[in-house]
Design a protein around this ligand. Structure first.
Ligand SMILES: CC(C)(COP(=O)(O)OP(=O)(O)OC[C@H]1O[C@@H](n2cnc3c(N)ncnc32)[C@H](O)[C@@H]1OP(=O)(O)O)[C@@H](O)C(=O)NCCC(=O)NCCS
Length: 145
């Protein structure tokens, strides 16, 4: 099935469509899920937001992943596939593309934040070779606007 999809970097003009896809397809919401947040991401790293489209229809986004590289670590965010197009290998193809990008940049390990109750996400990450590290917790502090 994945021969029928294409992968490319997202462009700033499609930010509203990506936010709409995440609203219906992603699990949970992020503090940066708004136009300014995604625009800042693409301005800093124009290649990091990878989208999957039908091979003959590059304007229709079926899935996304953010492959963030900060020069130190490789972080994956916003892995999401349109509910009508799941179990076709799109999520796996997005993760493979993200890992290819990390390898090209010199990354040594990829990680993702995964909700403890996201069983569907767990199956997908495990199928791609990821495993949890239960001894770590996420510590956060919102920053002033
Ligand atoms: C998680 C998600 C991105 C997977 O996308 P997808 O395109 O359906 O995944 P794939 O078809 O590439 O599946 C890859 C493998 O993951 C596992 N998997 C994915 N969905 C599964 C399901 N519903 N049940 C069992 N295994 C599943 C399988 O091992 C699958 O390989 P297989 O189809 O050969 O058995 C998609 O379900 C999604 O958008 N979920 C909501 C958002 C989300 O939870 N994202 C992860 C946040 S951490």
């Amino acid at each position: 099935m994945t021969d029928r999809i294409a992968l490319r970097a997202a462009t700033p003009d499609e930010i509203p469509a990506l936010l709409a896809l995440w609203a219906r397809a992603a699990r949970g919401t992020s503090i940066t899920d708004d136009e300014a947040g995604v625009a800042a991401l693409l301005a800093r790293d124009p290649e990091c937001l990878i989208v999957a489209t039908p091979a003959g229809d590059p304007a229709t986004v079926l899935g996304t992943v953010i492959a963030g590289w900060d020069g130190w670590r490789c972080h994956l965010y916003r892995l999401a596939v349109d509910p009508g197009h799941r179990r076709r290998g799109i999520g796996a193809a997005l993760l493979a593309a993200a890992e290819e990008r990390f390898a090209a940049l010199g990354g040594r390990r990829a990680d993702a934040m995964v909700l403890d109750d996201n069983a569907l996400g767990h199956r997908t990450w495990q199928a791609a070779g990821y495993h949890p590290e239960p001894r770590w917790s996420r510590w956060v502090k919102p920053l002033p606007a």
